[in-house]
Design a protein around this ligand. Sequence first.
Ligand code: FAD
Length: 254
Amino acid sequence: MAGSMVAEYEPRISCREALLVPTTGIIDSHQLMEYFIKDASSRGAEVVYNAELTGLTKKGTGGFIAEIEEPSGDKIEIEAGIVVNAAGLNSDKVAEFAGIDIDKAGYRIKQCKGTYFRTKNFRDSPVEHLVYPAVGKDSTSLGIHLTPDLAGQLRMGPDAEYVPEDTGYEVNESKKTNFMKSISKFLNNLNDKDVLADTSGIRPKLQGPGEKFRDFVIKEEGDRGLKGLINLIGIESPGLTAAISIAKRVKELI
Ligand SMILES: Cc1cc2nc3c(=O)[nH]c(=O)nc-3n(C[C@H](O)[C@H](O)[C@H](O)COP(=O)(O)OP(=O)(O)OC[C@H]3O[C@@H](n4cnc5c(N)ncnc54)[C@H](O)[C@@H]3O)c2cc1C
């Protein structure tokens, strides 16, 4: 739609043209996870927390032996016919445990931090819809966008910054000036006194800095002699939105 029509939906947004996506929305991600856990548990799945996979060996007779380390330092081994590697930022390392050359396979993860800022007060979001700027086709992110949350505040972000491994999740408040500059290109009259540092997250990207766009990988590794290993690597946004579709694809592969 033309920018002049956008005012009917979002009076504080200025733009030349816009696309309206009526099906987009926001969810409570914690509640969704609780639902998934409850649903899986009711079908016999067992969720084990604080247990780190430290090795994955292919068995001669088929299947794998997974080495697991507990916080106490105790180690256990589990035999599995099928292993689904959905280890996020560590998914390349898990593939490496199984003997895959991750550089040759193009599986090495590059960590890309995304920081958010937010408005100060509840129920003071200046927009009602999710608002995304247009970005170039090889952009490393969706651009700093506007997301009203369930409490009615506005979240702004995330930006995209490639970081070394082991970078923490602290929010660098000095980014605020750049955030305000980016946002003021399409949102009018947001006062920087009303904006606070919020949270951050780290994306597991396959696309490195300055590289062309690279999508995620969902692959059963039978052709590498690792039948039964399903790798999910580089599952970044919208991996949460797509979680059920990804699970259906993994089920097909199994
Ligand atoms: C800043 C930011 C904003 C995002 N916004 C959105 C959004 O708006 N919409 C959307 O759909 N998606 C969004 N995403 C993407 C979404 O968060 C991911 O796609 C999703 O979390 C991927 O799920 P996953 O289960 O593959 O990996 P993860 O959620 O990373 O889970 C991997 C799990 O594996 C565990 N693990 C790792 N190594 C080991 C090991 N050796 N042993 C045992 N466990 C291990 C980790 O502890 C973790 O619990 C965003 C991501 C970021 C960083």
